[in-house]
Design a binder for this molecule. Structure first.
Ligand code: IMP
Ligand code: MG
Length: 182
């Protein structure tokens, strides 16, 4: 599997540092809120990053899950967001939602989800992304918390997949082009 990686873009140590920094920011920003903090892990890509963050946030919190898709086996966004797994809550107005994503690319997924949760009556909705590819943005969107800014390359690992594989790599790497052209 590691032979399919051309180069490592974000190491395991860098991800740990990013997680320390962002978790401290979140702890500082939410410590005086009277609402319930709920992290929304966007499956499947943000599984690993959500774990890293939640164990470092020094506040009471809940974790919930949503599954959305904008990609199939391709490496370009279709612009269409489908919600495959939704949250079921009757306390929306008591919740500060923090959506955790693996990567912001076009910006479609997160801008869509923020609007969706606000429409459902959330007390507040913020976003956190481990990675950001600002060069690829098609909608005006900036995550509230952001890990590493990366160039316009297709990356895998630490939750991110290509055709459901490579999620278990402990770092973020660039896939060799011949892997997805074959
Ligand atoms: P957006 O809606 O275009 O911002 O896309 C966000 C989603 O696209 C992410 O949650 C990923 O699942 C997927 N994605 C975007 N770029 C990459 C990449 O480089 N590798 C793997 N998945 C990606
Ligand atoms: Mg994906």
């Amino acid at each position: 599997m590691r032979n399919d990686i051309e180069s490592i873009l974000v190491t395991e140590e860098e991800i740990a540092k990013i997680s320390d920094r962002i978790a401290a920011e979140i702890t500082r920003d939410y410590k005086d809120s009277s609402k319930k903090l709920v992290l929304i892990c966007i499956l499947k890509g943000s599984l690993m990053f959500t774990c890293e963050l939640m164990k470092r946030i020094d506040l009471p919190l809940e974790v919930d899950f949503m599954k959305v898709s904008s990609y199939g086996a391709q490496t370009v966004s279709t612009g269409i967001i489908n919600i495959h797994l939704d949250i079921k809550r009757d306390d929306m107005e008591d919740v500060d939602f923090l959506i955790i994503e693996d990567i912001v690319d076009s910006g479609n997924t997160l801008s869509h989800l923020v609007r969706y949760l606000k429409e459902r009556g959330a007390a507040s909705v913020k976003t956190c992304a481990m990675l950001d590819k600002p060069d690829r943005r098609t909608v005006d969107f900036v995550p509230d918390y952001r890990g590493a800014v990366i160039p316009d390359k297709f990356v895998v690992g630490f939750g991110l997949d290509y055709d459901e594989k490579y999620r278990n790599l402990p770092y973020v790497g660039v896939l060799k082009p011949e892997v997805y052209s074959k």
